[in-house]
Design a protein around this ligand. Sequence first.
Ligand SMILES: C[S@@+](CC[C@H](N)C(=O)[O-])C[C@H]1O[C@@H](n2cnc3c(N)ncnc32)[C@H](O)[C@@H]1O
Length: 457
Amino acid sequence: MSREPAPRRAGPRRALGMPQKAPEPPGLAARRVAVRLVEGVLSRARPLDAALEAEHDPSGFRSLDERDRALARAIAGVTLRRFGTLRGLIAARLDKGLPKKGGPLEAIMATAAAQALFMQIPAHTAVDLAVAGARADPDARHFSGLVNAVLRGIVSAGAPETVEDGQDLPPWLYARWTRAHGPARAAAIARALATEAPLDFTVKSDASGWAERLGGLALPTGSVRLAPGGRVADLAGYGDGAWWVQDAAAAIPARLFGDLRDKRAIDLCAAPGGKTAQLALAGAEVVAVDKSAERLRRLTDNLSRLGLSATARVGDASAISLEPADAVLLDAPCSATGTIRRHPDVAWMKRESDIGTLAKLQTGLLDAAVRLVAPGGRLVYCTCSLEPEEGERQIEALVARAQGRVTVDPVAPDELPGLADAVTADGFVRTLPSHLPADDVRLAGLDGFFAARLRVD
Ligand SMILES: C[S@@+](CC[C@H](N)C(=O)[O-])C[C@H]1O[C@@H](n2cnc3c(N)ncnc32)[C@H](O)[C@@H]1O
């Protein structure tokens, strides 16, 4: 005997005779998350990666399905990479500026304009979903008509035909780079930031073999490079611990120590451990210090995948007491302005005043690092910053106050094959995003790093 299916129970709204909430338009959830990701960067200096990786992020990123996650991430990434242009296009259509109490209004309009102008998403889809998103937001809903008018103006004018050098960066940052590196280099850096960074690996051995196996390039610096995209954990060699992800410029500082067999090394500010792995691979017995226990756990996980070992110590590098070592690496916390190609959010999270604050922190860490070097040993100091206050100026000041105890051990151009341009007249390493050009822009560029090798007596 067949049984009748039980009648579906009416939901509480229907049972009470209340109007049903209209279903959300398809694609709105991904746009809402993209807006929150961008808004997190702009208003709360919340790094994009932290939001994407957190188990419970207020953006709701984790609650999306895989396809929408990829879309939300792509929209947020393109918006931040082109934010200078987008902000300018929006401002040009607002006679009285952005309304004060519009909530995420600028992020709603910028993410929509990014989709329509730079992502081949149909303009009507981008605009309609932005208007729907504004209507659903308690602050922005009063301005949904404005969102509609501004966006229709922007999309009907189309993408700007030319991009001025530096137009996509905060003006204070581009002005700094122009002063520090000169107008031509600043322009070349800005142009290099327009493209997503490639995927670089440091391999335990056989860079050319791995480049061939992975369909990538073996760089003259020793790293292997692939075009961006794809899941790293799916690539050959990941599970076997044959390589780790590390920008080709980030791989330079640890190499400046050379062979470390039978030597002791201290890696201050070590997590997540890219440079610790290099020191261990070069043969050193390594102590890896980081003040974040959580990040140190990532370091130990990474080393165990790679079959390498180090002693991990949670502690503040400016106050830790350890037996002095032959090699000390200080990869100091910094403004990270050299990594904007990889992390376009960095440009919009930092304030100019951060640079002075970070420089003071680096000075204290450098003095502590000097005390941890055994007499005659080497200290390598590095930052992923393009700001001289976090690089050259730090070392000049250290050498002056150390009164002969610390001297620069200059890097010779032939130590950096293919990158002699990155060695300065003072023997420092200064890589720029515009270095290592390639015909295929997806395979070009480097993070901006500063590194100095010092002898401590
Ligand atoms: C630039 S990241 C280091 C990257 C790492 N060297 C690598 O190659 O994978 C900076 C690290 O410094 C740590 N840090 C910041 N201030 C510190 C301090 N006073 N003492 C120890 N670690 C610190 C942070 O937790 C962060 O993990």
